[in-house]
Write a protein that binds this ligand. Structure first.
Ligand code: C2E
Ligand code: MG
Ligand code: MG
Length: 694
């Protein structure tokens, strides 16, 4: 309520004044964009019209507001109730726009001016409302067409979350189309109501931009069904009071059921209903991350399950697996997780254990439980046993590592015999690596993964090559280039050295033939390492002879390097082979001399041509006088026996001089060249390092 300051001089406005005043007000009202601007313009005009001290109130009271009672009501004890000045506006009806005191209302000229003002204001209000209505309808229409197309249900809620509008398809979700003025929350499952209310409040509280929200609600439909809907809500008129909310509902019952089924299927085994490997891994990772104590995995394999299937059929097999799953659950207890990880393999996850012994007790229980006879529904009694592999976080940091360790332990348990458990030991990993390496090596020759490099053997006096040693390399599929130290032992143990050795011989001889083609009689010989096992294998001599014939390599161009271990056993076969090959003209070198069982005596008896002094001797030449004397002694002996000496591992100029000073004529080592690929060897040989013309 406004009133003018008392005591100010009041002169009733002349007709001209009133006319000017009404014109000014008309302009202001014509540009008013909202109700507040109308009230402001009106307030200014009334203040100028009415006498000082008179009471008035500017209130916009549209017909529906009058009905709802928001129009002026005289307050309790109010002496002079204000008189409403109402106007009739076309299409809108009677509009109460001004409330003035009796004195003002009683003055005819003043009343007339106030009515005119009131009518102008009513028109402005009508214009503003109309514009709003138009834009509102346009938006509603857009939303409707949009959502009718997608088949979604559209609801518009008022400030009390009552449904003001429901699109035609709403009936399919709510079981009725009589939705107007119904409270939406009454349709939502009681458990979700609070969350739904919260969501709507959040959307309504939007500030500058419109707020949105999303949720899944279960609807209690009138027809008794309970569809699950995905709801998107959005503030409808963000620039206004923001209380109206638009909702889109999509029935996702079938979709969610399918999703649930898929996750179930993805994480559970269909037969036993137990978690599968994927879920086990997830639970294990979680256990490792959150457990204060030891986390353990036990892998359980039903021994010889294949024969259960073969003997009794798959139906019985399935029952045995289901029973085994149940017994495992009993043995592990409610704190653990039992999973079926593959056909007849189960796993148990135990967390927060104090000691490894506790885990082993569980393994005992498992072995015991699964050894009890299983009676199937058709009366068959099946007796099984289980092997168990145990791994704990004492030796593993991740779920994958635990599973891998448990698997190794299970292998070990299986090979120890049925019905036992084994704890993982790090040596199992070594054995696994070896066996993986062995199986990869088995394919190396066929897959073309083996290569030879060549390292020159030079005359120390001239530094020119007299021969080249073939050195084996393996391009491993995952580990890259491997040196012989990493796989020769495995090749020997597994017997693979025989085919590999044959490949080496054939390849080295073919390469040496190329050197012959390049330099004829000045070409270096090729020196090939032959392991004792290969040498002893049946038909070794024949193989060498065949390859010599096939490649056409002159026998003098082939040197076979053997180690002292070949003479460990007094084996006639070895001696015969050596004599035969030497008889053909192939030369024999004793490799790494001085590291093994060096009895100088056998140098005298053995059919030999070359002695390769181990690089340990060469390494000691520049540090130890005794070493020099020893090497000198050996070299003198070899010369007496008519053998050539090669010093291995010459890396420095000083070692070269000292080796030469002992009387040793030949040498090999990084000082001259590291082992090279065949093409590089050819380049090296033709760059002046090749055999000096004799
Ligand atoms: P090895 O026959 O004594 O070959 C010499 C080894 O010493 C080679 O190692 C070579 O790279 C390395 N070497 C050469 N010069 C120097 C040097 O100045 N300093 C040092 N520190 N080392 C040098 P690689 O190639 O790793 O071969 C190791 C062993 O593997 C060979 O020793 C040989 O016993 C065996 N081997 C290589 N190829 C074959 C093969 O085809 N068959 C068989 N059975 N064994 C092979
Ligand atoms: Mg060698
Ligand atoms: Mg050697």
């Amino acid at each position: 309520m406004s009133s003018r300051p008392r005591g100010a001089l009041y002169r009733p406005p002349s007709s001209a004044d009133v006319g000017r005043l009404l014109r000014d007000a008309a302009v202001e009202l014509a540009v008013a964009m909202d109700a507040a601007a109308v009230v402001e313009a009106l307030d200014r005009a009334v203040a100028r019209l009415t006498p000082p001290g008179s009471s008035y109130e500017v209130r916009i009271a549209l017909p529906e507001d009058l009905v709802t009672g928001s129009a002026y009501q005289p307050g309790q004890g109010e002496a002079t109730p204000l008189v409403p000045i109402t106007v009739d506006v076309r299409d809108v009806g009677q509009v109460g726009i001004l409330l003035v005191d009796h004195a003002s209302a009683a003055q005819p000229r003043l009343r007339c001016a106030l009515e005119a003002l009131s009518a102008q204001a009513a028109q402005a209000i009508q214009r503003i409302r109309l514009a709003e209505e138009v834009s509102r309808h346009r938006n509603l229409h857009q939303i409707e067409t949009l959502l009718d197309q997608t088949g979604d249900v559209v609801l518009i809620l008022d400030g009390q979350s009552r449904i003001r509008y429901a699109s035609p398809s709403a009936g399919t979700v709510f079981g009725t189309s009589a939705l107007r003025d119904v409270r939406l929350l009454d349709f939502i499952d009681a458990k979700q109501r609070a969350a739904a209310e919260f969501l709507l409040r959040h959307v309504r509280s939007g500030g500058a931009g419109p707020r949105t929200g999303r949720a899944d609600w279960t609807i209690r439909s009138v027809d008794g069904s309970t569809p699950l809907v995905e709801v998107c809500c959005r503030q409808l008129w963000p620039d206004e009071s923001g209380q109206e909310v638009a909702l889109t509902l999509r029935d996702v019952t079938a979709q969610r059921r399918l999703e649930h089924e898929l996750t179930e299927r993805k994480f559970h085994d269909q037969l036993t209903g137990l978690p599968n490997r994927a879920l086990l891994v997830e639970r294990t990772e979680h256990a490792i991350a959150t457990s204060a104590g030891i986390t353990a995995i036990l892998l359980i394999d039903i021994d010889d399950f294949g024969s259960v299937n073969d003997t009794f059929g798959h139906a019985v097999g399935d029952q045995v697996l289901t029973m085994a799953g149940r017994r495992l659950l009993d043995a592990v207890g409610p704190a653990g997780v039992v999973a079926r990880v593959s056909g007849d393999e189960f796993a148990a996850l135990i967390r927060d254990v104090d000691t490894a012994a506790d885990v082993e007790q569980t393994a005992d229980r498992i072995c015991h439980e699964l050894a009890a006879p299983i009676r199937t529904s058709i009366g068959t009694v099946v007796v099984c046993s289980a092997s168990v592999g145990i791994a704990t976080t004492l030796r593993a940091g991740s779920a994958q590592e635990l599973l891998r360790n448990a698997n190794l332990a299970l292998h070990s348990a299986r090979s120890a015999g049925a019905g036992r458990w084994r704890r993982y030991e790090p040596s199992m990993t070594d054995r696994l690596r070896q066996s993986q390496l062995r199986s990869a090596l088995a394919h190396a020759v066929d897959e073309g993964a083996l290569r030879l490099e060549y390292q020159p053997i030079v005359a120390l006096a001239t530094r020119r090559a007299v021969g080249c040693e073939a050195l084996l390399r393996w391009q491993h599929p995952t580990r890259g280039r491997l040196l012989p130290g990493e796989f020769i032992d495995i090749a020997e143990e597994s017997g693979l050295i025989v085919p590999i050795g044959e490949w080496v011989l054939a390849t080295a001889m073919a390469t040496a033939m190329r050197w012959c083609a390049e330099a004829a009689d000045r070409a270096p010989y090729v020196s090939v390492n032959v392991s004792a096992q290969q040498f002893r294998s049946d038909g070794f001599v024949e193989t060498v002879r065949r390859l010599l014939a096939q490649t056409g390599l002159p026998t003098r161009r082939l040197v076979l390097e053997i180690t002292e271990s070949l003479f460990l056993r007094d084996d006639d076969k070895v001696w015969d082979a050596l004599r035969l090959l030497r008889g053909d003209g192939v030369r024999i070198a004793i490799d790494d001399f001085g590291t093994g069982y060096s009895a100088l005596g056998y140098l005298r008896q053995t059919p030999l041509d070359i002695v390769k002094l181990d690089r340990l001797f060469v390494g000691g030449l520049d540090t130890s006088r005794r070493q020099r004397d020893l090497v000198e002694g050996i070299v003198r002996l070899t010369r007496t026996l008519g053998l050539d000496a090669v010093a291995e591992g010459i890396e420095t100029e000083q070692q070269l001089h000292l080796a030469a000073a002992t009387g040793c004529a030949y040498g090999q080592g990084y000082l001259f060249s590291a082992p090279m690929a065949p093409s590089e060897t050819l380049r090296w040989l033709s760059a002046g390092h090749g055999v000096a013309p004799s």
